[in-house]
Design a protein around this ligand. Structure first.
Ligand SMILES: *[C@@H]1O[C@H](CO)[C@@H](O)[C@H](O)[C@H]1NC(C)=O
Ligand SMILES: *[C@@H]1O[C@H](CO)[C@@H](O)[C@H](O)[C@H]1NC(C)=O
Length: 512
């Protein structure tokens, strides 16, 4: 078994804060260690944990009526987009100075930070400098804003709202990340509380702008409240998220190519002995564009270890995860006080690929369903995915759909790979996520805004069902369907404290 090098700890620890507790992440500008890639020598090939359900699922019969309901788009929700300001554009005549932000986290956390930065610039009548994206210590992607998002489009869509510049003018060129990393500086705002009010910015940042002409806010993630913010500012946040932020052309092109291959799968070479696939392909051609489900599957070692749940890899895996937990969190993982059974029945265990397969199968997705796996590395590798693949043999991902040549520009760049997954997932007929998190929330929000079908797994229900070893396929299927009737993308209005980026109604979506 592998022993962990202590020098990795700092980096991994910071990384996990980013992953698990983004709100508390104070890591900005601290020296970053190096997270080590996961090593898969520590488990025995994980076995299916729900064999009798799997057997039922493999033989599932789904009626045409059930299929057509499952794949049909959501009914119109009666809401319309209201992202533009009610009183027409108002660019401030006199800018109060420059706002700079430095954003931690992965792509989807940074996305929210960008929307909030535009909002704060508007609150202050300031000019926004294109946000700086920090390198995430786990994913180590140094892609800049310009590498991911279409800057011209961003500036153009927001030109009537706030002035935006790519770079600071010469006289402020000293205001760099390095400048703030080495000493305390008067122009750095470090104290923004989590979910600060608009007034907080007027009281604390405006004076800095007025004295120095510039304010650099870091940390900035989650630093603007969702409640009691003026309506025009809320709508501006929506406009940034849903209109101003689009990916660079090569990401969109790659995404389009993948979608096309999902919708119009190529005929296998003649002589292919897989009659089954052949039939499916022919059917799809006859039907016109095929439909597909995007499945976001985040099942990495950090998440598996942090959950403190048992994932069927036997004693070796349990020990490996416990050891990882001990080294990284040193006993601070709250979940480890509970037994696996307690955690499962509370819905606190991420669904394994096998479990998400059973969920999809019981909802009525048949074995000819095209599944796009939006995923990074899966802890346990192919062995962990095999049950899912058995239920959904037409499963694809970036690697299976694109050539090496096509992937060259995004290879090894976590943010760009995530952007491709985001793009493809937005175009899927149905989206489902195996675990809560930033990608899940971003998709739920964006797809709600576009009125697209999005299944939200009922984790507590599933946890309880999976614990019941005497449950047969028929009862399981019934219980899952009953428990997911209202979890397929129906509008849920944002409640106090909830994120406008996850629940865009009613702030970004108004009654007609
Ligand atoms: C920003 O501009 C608006 C409209 O010109 C004005 O009403 C508001 O007081 C300004 N706020 C600040 C902080 O400059
Ligand atoms: C397990 O499922 C069966 C139905 O398949 C049900 O009768 C039984 O009550 C369940 N057991 C528990 C502990 O929930």
């Amino acid at each position: 078994m592998r022993s962990w090098n202590l020098s990795q700890r700092g980096g991994v620890y910071v990384a996990l804060l980013v992953l698990v507790l983004p709100v508390l992440c104070p890591s900005l500008f601290s020296p970053l260690g190096h997270a080590s890639p996961s090593v898969f020598s520590e488990w025995n090939a994980p076995k299916p944990r729900h064999l009798s359900l799997l057997k039922g699922a493999v033989q599932r019969q789904i009626s045409d009526e059930q299929k057509s309901e499952l794949w049909s788009p959501l009914a119109p929700n009666g809401l319309k987009s209201c992202v533009s300001p009610a009183n027409g554009p108002v660019v401030p005549k006199n800018t109060q100075g420059y706002i700079q932000v430095f954003l931690d986290g992965g792509l989807n956390q940074q996305r929210m930070g960008i929307c909030d930065a535009v909002a704060v610039a508007k609150i202050l009548n300031a000019t926004l400098v294109i946000p700086h994206l920090e390198v995430n210590p786990v994913w180590k992607d140094s892609s800049s804003f310009e590498d991911i998002f279409d800057v011209d489009h961003f500036i153009d869509v927001l030109k009537d709202e706030i002035p935006i510049v790519r770079d600071l003018p010469e006289e402020y060129a000293w205001s760099t990340r390095e400048y703030y990393a080495v000493a305390i500086r008067a122009t750095r705002v470090k104290t923004a509380p989590v979910h600060a009010s608009a007034n907080w910015y007027l009281e604390n940042v405006l004076p800095v702008l007025q004295s120095y002409g510039i304010a650099a806010i870091a940390p900035f993630s989650h630093r603007l409240a969702f409640d009691n913010v003026p309506e025009d500012i809320q709508r501006l946040r929506c406009k940034v998220n849903f209109q101003a932020l689009i990916f660079v052309p090569h990401i969109r092109e790659l995404g389009e190519a993948l979608i096309k291959r999902l919708r119009y799968p190529v005929q296998p070479q003649s002589g292919a002995d897989d009659e089954y696939i052949q039939t499916t392909v022919n059917k799809n051609i006859n039907r016109g564009p095929g439909k597909f489900v995007a499945l976001h599957l985040r099942f990495d070692k950090d998440m598996a270890a942090h959950s403190a749940c048992d994932f069927g890899g036997g004693k070796a895996e349990r020990l490996a995860l416990a050891k990882y937990r001990q080294i990284i969190w040193q006993g601070r993982v709250l979940n480890s006080q509970f037994t696996d059974e307690e955690l499962r029945s509370q819905g606190r265990c991420p669904l394994t690929p096998e479990e998400i397969g059973l969920l999809l199968a019981s909802l009525g997705f048949d074995s000819q369903t095209r599944l796009y796996l939006a995923s990074h590395k899966v802890y346990g590798g192919e062995a962990r995915i095999s049950s899912l693949r058995k239920l959904f043999p037409l499963m694809e991902d970036k690697k299976s759909l694109a050539s090496e040549e096509e992937l060259r520009k995004v290879e090894g760049k976590a943010s760009l790979l995530a952007a491709v997954d985001y793009y493809v997932s937005m175009q899927s007929d149905v989206f489902i996520s195996a675990s809560p998190g930033n990608m899940h929330n971003a998709m739920v929000g964006h797809r709600t805004y576009e009125n697209l079908k999005t299944i939200r797994p009922n984790m507590a229900l599933l946890g309880q069902l999976f614990l019941n070893k005497s449950m047969d396929w028929y009862d399981f299927q019934q219980a899952v369907q009953d428990g997911h009737q209202n979890r397929q993308g129906q509008i849920r209005l944002r409640k106090t404290k909830q994120s406008i980026y996850t629940y865009p109604a009613p702030d970004c979506m108004c009654s007609r």
